[in-house]
Design a protein around this ligand. Structure first.
Ligand SMILES: Nc1ncnc2c1ncn2[C@@H]1O[C@H](COP(=O)(O)OP(=O)(O)OP(=O)(O)O)[C@@H](O)[C@H]1O
Length: 282
């Protein structure tokens, strides 16, 4: 296809070849019910020790990407039709959900799904499914990351706030000693101050423990501020990637995901010609 004056496709900064501690999604296609194709060749890398964000609007395929990584497509009647997912020398796309957790990749599901009738502490202990390490010490470690939780340890989780439930869900995942944490929309339905607190906590765990994180978010602003690298997804494809700081200053990302328009007035989608051209290229 030849375009008269094409805008350059954004060039991602050079990255070294992935190492075995990086999680690599390579050209993955996912279908639900054998016919509904949702992922159309997704490739991305979650670098060891980094926070990587996956952004996109409703229905872009972000949750499906997480399910593909964590081996949770089957209960949804979905499967990987093409491509591979690797981590730590293992092919995650060839093993089931429990094996993926054993390999060190643990997902915190969207909607925080705590066991409502169990206490906060019982919820956390339920995460120690692999019996790794000393769970007493792990609980104390998680309480230092989420200092609101110790006072609630005996409270029924169903009676805690949305923000507290998000903290419980992340804490429960940490009890399994993950090397990669997958977070699905931690900001969903939470007030901005709580969202900031949760992202601060995640960043702290990442820095102090070297934990790799892949965070799926519609709230691009907070995700880019708290990640090292980012990918933008649309209709089952990655359409843009780059260092988070660079993405945050990219005019198209600002326009569509951060709600900021250069020159003040907000443009309509059809006015952003360069973006349309890029989309036609991809
Ligand atoms: N179990 C399923 N069966 C059939 N189609 C599904 C299933 N789960 C998701 N889809 C479809 O796949 C597409 C991508 O959904 P997905 O949840 O991965 O997107 P998303 O980017 O995470 O969006 P959201 O933020 O709304 O969750 C949507 O069109 C959705 O309807």
């Amino acid at each position: 296809m030849t375009l008269s004056s094409p805008q350059p496709v954004p060039t991602p900064p050079p990255r070294a070849a992935p190492g075995t501690d990086d999680l690599t999604v390579n050209n993955v296609e996912v279908v639900y019910h054998d016919i509904i194709q949702v992922l159309r060749g997704v490739s991305l890398t979650v670098r060891a020790g980094q926070v990587t964000s996956l952004l996109g609007t409703n229905g872009a395929g972000k949750t499906t990407t997480l399910r593909a990584i964590s081996g949770l497509l089957k209960p949804e009647n979905g499967k990987i039709r093409e491509g591979t997912i690797t981590f730590g020398g293992k092919t995650l796309s060839a093993i089931g959900g429990t094996e993926v957790v054993k390999a060190g990749v643990v997902q915190v599901p969207e909607g925080r799904r705590v066991f409502k009738h169990l206490s906060v502490e019982e919820n956390l202990r339920a995460g120690a499914i692999l019996g790794r390490g000393d769970w007493h010490a792990d609980l104390e470690r998680i309480y230092t990351y989420f200092p609101k939780l110790p006072a609630l340890r005996h409270k029924q989780a169903g009676y805690t706030s949305g923000g507290e439930q998000q903290m419980i869900a992340i804490g429960r995942a940490l009890m399994a000693h993950p090397r990669v944490l997958l977070l699905d929309e931690p900001s969903l339905g939470l007030a901005p101050l709580l969202v900031a607190e949760i992202f601060d906590n995640v960043r702290r765990i990442n820095r102090e423990e070297g934990l790799s994180v892949l965070v799926v978010e519609q709230n691009a602003n907070i995700a880019l501020r708290n990640s090292d690298y980012g990918y933008v997804m649309e209709n089952g494809r990655i359409v843009m990637e780059g260092l988070s700081a660079q993405l945050a200053s990219n005019p198209d990302v600002k326009e569509f995901y951060l709600g900021v328009t250069e020159g003040g007035a907000r443009k309509s989608f059809k006015d952003v010609k360069s973006y349309k051209r890029r989309k036609r290229w991809m």
